[in-house]
Structures are given as C-alpha cells and as structure tokens.
Design a protein. Structure first.
Length: 151
C-alpha cells in the first residue's frame, strides 16, 4: 500500500479542525500509519519548503509554519497520494472545490489548512523527513474497503 504525508497546518490547529480533518481520511478508508504533533523549526521549514526559499513570500510562510504546532500524519492506502490530493483540493483555497478539505475549511493560498505530498517520490522523501521508521506502524485492517483483487 502507498503512503503519503499530510501536515495539518497551524491555522487548522488553532481553529480546532484536527479531528475533523483526520476523520475525513478515516471515513474514506485510509489507515493512519503515523500521527504526531510537532513544532516545526526554521531548519525543518527550510528543508521542507526548499523549493520556495528564494520566493518573496517564503519568510511569511516560514513564520506561519513555525509559530504554532502542526500535526503530521502518514496516511496509507491504495493510490494514497492521488486520492489524498483530490480530497485536499487546490492550493488556492478560494479556487478549491466544495467538498474538498480546503474548499470546505479555508479561503487562503498559504493559510490553507493542510499540506499533502504531491507525488509518490515527494511522499517518500517527506515521510522520512517527518517520521523515523519506528514511528510508522503497519497493521492489518478489515478488507471491507478493498476487494480481494485490489489488496
């Protein structure tokens, strides 16, 4: 099964949306393989957003992501990266479809509730960035969510 990283951003933590966001993934049938609350520091922010460090908006992004705790999760399931991205919605939350997490809970481009890995390759790197191997759990779930030929 595929794994992907989700970060519940400070705006969602402050607005007490953590349980709501987590429940969306659980109701979809994904397995939570890792879950923790952390305080992202500047070094981790620079590593995670290395592709944005040179952008004019980066200092504000780093300040936002480091000023309050975030919740980091590893989600596991069939086609997890693609399905999670669809559930999350467009980065610009004002353009995100209703029914997506951003479409339902955010109006901002940067304070947009949630981060999700954008590819399988990125997911692999991001999971390792935020979780040690011993912090990721594997357990058998009922086959209720998948037919036998999908397992």
């Amino acid at each position: 099964m595929e794994k992907t990283l989700i970060l519940i951003k400070p705006d969602a933590v402050q607005r007490e949306l953590v349980g709501t966001v987590i429940s969306r993934f659980e109701r979809k049938g994904f397995t939570i393989a890792g879950l923790k609350m952390i305080h992202m520091d500047g070094n981790l922010a620079k590593e995670h957003y290395s592709h944005l460090v040179e952008k004019s908006f980066y200092p504000g992004l780093e300040e936002f992501m480091t000023h309050q705790p975030i919740v980091a999760m590893v989600i596991e399931g069939k086609d997890a990266v693609e399905v999670v991205r669809k559930m999350v919605g467009k980065t610009n939350a004002r353009e995100a479809d209703p029914g997506t997490i951003r479409g339902d809970y955010s109006l901002s481009v940067s304070k947009n509730t949630i981060h999700a890995s954008d590819s399988k390759e990125t997911a692999e790197k991001e999971v390792k960035r935020f979780f040690k191997p011993e912090e990721i759990f594997s357990y058998k779930k009922s086959s209720y969510y998948y037919s036998e030929d999908e397992l």
